[in-house]
Design a protein around this ligand. Sequence first.
Ligand SMILES: [Zn+2]
Length: 236
Amino acid sequence: MASKAIQESQGAGLSARSYLLQSKSAISRGIIVLNNFGKNRFRPGWVEVIVGCMFSGKTEELIKQMHRAEYAKQSCQVFKPQIDARYSVDHVASHSQKQLKATPVESAHELLALVERHTQVVGIDEGQFLGPELVDVVSTLADAGKRVVIAGLDTDWRGRPFGPMPNLLAIAEVVNKQYAICMVCGEPATRTQRLVAATEDILVGSNDAYEARCRLHFDPELSVRIGSHQEHHAQA
Ligand SMILES: [Zn+2]
């Protein structure tokens, strides 16, 4: 028995591809069970996280996943933090203008209260803004048999893990890391470079305030230097 368990755990570590295939098969099984939500005492929900820097297509991936669930006649709800008024108050919008109707919420607890019992798939955009309690809320929803898909920035403009995202990555069954293209060298980008003065942590939306950078070309001090330069000029 013990050697079988060891073989299985070694097998899981052998290939990312075989692990991914296992995850996919788990997802298909989950969808079948979710269709029986309410009839079955065994309700395996799960958590999927879509992360990356700005311009990596996270919201587009979320929109794609939600549309696929809708085509399959699954009952879906999408939420986004109130703070993200980038393009629309009650839609999720990607930079490429694709849209999906979304309910704005001020907190993760408000989100939890708004999820309906029959909902099978819960989508959340800009999860990094919903605070540390999002982790418990997402677990509660998955424990109740729902598929929860969260898109968000994994790091902030300083390159540090952003809000609840690192903990969500830890508890997720499925992690989808998206890459943008570095605006300096064209290699895959994982960091969000801030191009304007550092005045506050949250600056939502404006495309020209940020660009995607790779690790080599990411410069978290840039916006601090711009800030002190502007201050110097204002005093002069
Ligand atoms: Zn680069």
